[in-house]
Design a binder for this molecule. Structure first.
Ligand code: SF4
Length: 236
């Protein structure tokens, strides 16, 4: 599906879609959840996320940590994936080509699918374009991190593919990962997106640990909806 494809969806707030999902979060998602919840981003990471802030947390009973009864407790700042739902979005990093897919309804969902509008109308009604635009602001950091890795690591001596494989494993580890101040900073956006991006750029320039920067580049790429390989391979 593309933005002109027929599509409409009426959410009836049954809460059944807010269970048993894997939802990747971007730094901007954490920023907006913090605003909606009225708490610092560090508390958002503790209360609502796992994998160092990069995944929405679901409780043992399957419910999202932000679900209150059948309502989203952070509705005004709900993440991009929740705004897109029941659509999924795949975007090619290099070409920008995007493709939407319709996801299966949750069991017994009260949501109503239709074809009375277009995908573009639905996206606008959910505030998706703003989220995509804000995510795009973080995109150049992937190249900034990678360029710094290339300054720090001698790939004449270190096998690049194995290096980036290790970085991907480290970035996507659920537990037992190494301390990584850049990843911590990625998911602590503070009060301003512009200020956050500036501070991450500065941090990358000052950091001398190629492995940490590489893992942060991978996790940033994934959090923005791209393949991990974008961190090491794609020109910008
Ligand atoms: S953040 Fe809100 S909309 Fe998204 S899964 Fe959790 S409760 Fe549902």
């Amino acid at each position: 599906m593309n933005r002109q494809s027929p599509f409409s969806y009426q959410c009836n707030a049954c809460g059944r879609c807010c269970r048993d999902k894997v939802i990747t979060l971007s730094p901007y998602d954490v920023f907006m959840i913090a605003r909606a919840a009225g708490v610092p981003s560090a508390e958002v990471v503790r209360r609502f996320t796992s994998r160092r802030g990069s995944i929405l947390r679901f409780n043992a009973d399957g419910a999202c940590a932000a679900l209150q009864g059948t309502r989203c407790g952070v509705h005004r700042g709900r993440p991009l994936a929740c705004r897109l739902y029941p659509l999924g979005l795949e975007r090619d990093f290099a070409s920008g080509v995007e493709r939407f897919v319709q996801l299966d309804p949750a069991p017994n969902s009260a949501g109503v699918y239709g074809v009375g509008g277009k995908v573009a109308d639905f996206l606008k009604s959910q505030g998706v374009p703003e989220y995509l635009a804000m995510n795009d602001r973080y995109r150049p950091l992937i190249a900034i991190f990678r360029n710094r890795v290339n300054q720090l690591v001698d790939f004449e001596k270190v096998e690049p593919r194995e290096f980036w494989r290790r970085a991907t494993r480290e970035a996507l580890a659920e537990s037992a990962y190494d301390a990584n101040p850049i990843i911590d900073a990625l998911f602590e956006p503070g009060d301003s997106v512009v200020g956050h991006i500036e501070s991450l750029t500065k941090l990358a320039g000052e950091n001398n640990a190629g492995e940490s920067l590489a893992a942060a580049a991978v996790l940033l790429a994934v959090s923005l909806g791209y393949s991990p390989s974008v961190a090491s391979e794609q020109p910008q």
